[in-house]
Each structure stands twice: as C-alpha cells, then as structure tokens.
Design a protein around this ligand. Structure first.
Ligand code: ZN
Length: 160
C-alpha cells in the first residue's frame, strides 16, 4: 500500500483516453484508495496517478465518518437521466479551483470488481456526480472541458 503522486493539469496523461483493464489491478486499486484518502478526496481515477487504465475508486461518505471504499473496473455508463443539475466540483488534478459543472442527476453504471464480478447500479445524489467526474477522467476529459471558453480561460489562469 502506498500513497502515489497525483498528476496535475496540464500533464498530457490527464487528457489521454484510457485502455480497458485486462490484468490484476489489486495493488493499483489499494494504492489509489490510499492516495485518495490521503489527498484527501472522494474519488480518484487511474490516469490521475499516471496509469492509463479504465478504473476509478470512490468513497462518497468517508468524510461524513462512514467508510465505503468502491473500486470500479472497466465501468460503462448504461443510462443517464435527462434531469440535470449544476453544482461545484473540485478535482485533485486541478488543485485550488472549483468549477460549476452540469451533470445528470442519476446514472446507471455497470462495472467489474477486483474479483471480476459484474455489478450494475443506479447512482443518485453525490455518488452520481462523483462517478460522472471520475468516468470522464477515463476518457481524458477534465472539468475544464465542460466550461465555456471564457470561464475555462479564467480557470486555467488560476491554475498556472
Ligand atoms: Zn478529477
């Protein structure tokens, strides 16, 4: 178990689409959870630690005192609600800025766990937002990519 360095924008690995996981990622997932809790954050995608594979970890409740670590391997979005809402999002790879991002309020996801088991769940609330944010990372998409050009320019200036 280890806390890994988190890449920061504009590292090119953060904007590169990731490849499907095909091997054992137990060690990587354990290290990613350690890294997420240490940051501290509630979600972390593999490309944020420089591994261009399709997995992310999240725990939406640990900051409220209830640990619920989740590892999602090769997640697929099956459905997004037409209902959308805008809220503030930070990102461990974009330290110091928070941006207003519009997301679907509900999301149906399918993913594998570390034992290869298949899961399917509809996420709501903060979990739905967190999962969409982390899923974006697997496609090389950052919150910056959701902003209009003027807002994005302001955000980039704040990061540099
Ligand atoms: Zn992020």
């Amino acid at each position: 178990m280890a806390v890994l360095p988190i890449l920061r924008w504009p590292d090119a690995r953060l904007t590169t689409p990731c490849a499907p996981v095909t091997g054992d990622v137990r060690k990587l997932a354990a290290d990613m959870l350690d890294t997420m809790y240490a940051a501290p954050g509630r979600g972390l995608a593999a490309p944020q630690v420089g591994v261009l594979l399709r997995l992310f970890v999240m725990d939406c409740t640990w900051k409220e005192g209830r640990f619920a670590p989740q590892v999602l391997v090769n997640p697929e979005v099956l459905w997004q609600s037409p209902d959308r809402a805008t809220g503030p999002e930070g990102c461990l790879s974009l330290p110091g800025i928070t941006t207003q991002i519009e997301r679907a309020t509900e999301l149906r996801l399918r993913w594998h766990d570390l034992d290869g088991g298949l899961h399917d769940a509809t996420l709501t609330g903060f979990a739905a937002i967190c999962a969409q944010h982390e899923y974006d990372h697997l496609d090389g998409i950052l919150t910056l990519d959701h902003l209009d050009p003027a807002t994005r320019a302001d955000a980039e200036r704040a990061l540099l």
